[in-house]
Design a protein around this ligand. Sequence first.
Ligand code: ADP
Length: 492
Amino acid sequence: MPYILSLDEGTTSARAALYDQQARRVSMAAVPIVSHFPQPGWVEQDASLIWTSQLQAVRNTLGLAAVTPNDVHAIGITNQRETTVVWDRATGQPVAPAIVWQCRRTAARCRDLSAHAAKITRKSGLVVDAYFSGTKIEWILDNVDGARAKAVNGDLLFGNIDTWLIWNLTGGRVHVTDPTNASRTMLMNLATGDWDSELLSLLNVPRAMLPAIVPSSAVIGHTDAAIIGAEIPIAGIAGDQQAALAGQACFAKGLSKNTYGTGCFALLHAGATEPVSENRLLATRAASTTKEAQFAVEGSIFIAGAAVQWLRDKLGIIDNAPESEMIAMSIPSTAGVYVVPAFVGLGAPHWDAEARAEITGLTLGSGRAEIVRATLESMAYQTRELIQAMEGDSGARLAELRVDGGAAANNFLMQFQADILDRPVVRPADLETTALGAAFLAGLATGFWKSEAEVQSFWRAERVFEPQMPTSERDTLWSGWQRAVAKARSNC
Ligand code: ADP
């Protein structure tokens, strides 16, 4: 029986999942990925370990389902976006650690680019920020001995994690990316879908090192049989958030989702017209299953579930993330305590690289439960900021919010989200929408599934959280949050 294999390389783990003809997940395996923090605000990962961990996850998921590589009809790939790898074309060895999307090392460089900010936003759809790959590539070329000269000669290659995995899966034969990933580099012209010469020269990135931009849903190469055991078509590529949009069956204008993972990302499908945000959201590419370009508006929050990891790993006040739900529900409110998780600055809609995290409103009565609950609530408050900005741009009120990602399993958080947003929150049966979306793109490209309509028929809601909070309470909590954010922003 044939399957679609999805590779989902996230910030905290490399996962692989197998889907059958009815888009049921038959197996899934994850291998953890470790981040390193060599300086305040810096975040790195080992690119070679990302690849070997991903390969291990593939082997594990095939083994769990007792499926051989020959049974895999096609592969879809989705990945943590913006994370930057530069490697030697001849040896395949990375020349530096992967610079992770959260890394702020190029914040000063981005301030220097402010004179060009309007042009960069107009062309790329992005707000100038250290988040995106462009200044990360420039940093590697400027800080690794001899790298710039080699890159100009085409001896070094750049890739986000999709490109890096495909290069390795194909034994170094295919160097490509897709428009959803390319639209996060600050180097692609959002309208044309091609690398932009002016942006390349502004950021000093040689064209010779860039991958070819290929469609998100098409056969772009085959795996090397020596590596994975069969020559399998690679037929889907999308950055994780655009994959989740597809996995939530949001293929048309006006549909939206919010993912609660390491960060939090709300995307609103904008159809075939390039959007322009008046509220400091990003314009980006959505994964298209046809030749026509598709766009989305995006709100990106850098720290969401990562703040829960911080409670576990740095404060040591929880043993595991799921436990946070019970602790939060053990008290009726935080009694005025707010956590603003600006550990790496604030993303949309503030874009404040200098803001720093804060716990405010502490009294002698505040303890572990208040801090845990306030941390969970911070994800919901930040999401409301994004949804308000989106609604300000589009002029339309969202009817409901479709949710996914690891922290969407938290029932307290989902109910609080519905309450603070005053909108129903809809959680699908399969929370792994990122992996599912990449599978959809590969399955649609290879005839495994026939149409978007067929794929949409697989989507099922598991639970709807209806808003229950009185308006006065919602308004009071919201004003408190806004005051707390103002304090975190004045820290610089
Ligand atoms: P990513 O794809 O970014 O690696 P995931 O979607 O796997 O992330 O989500 C993992 C994140 O969600 C972690 O940061 C973790 O702390 C958080 N998380 C997982 N389960 C829960 C939960 N039940 N409650 C709150 N946070 C959770």
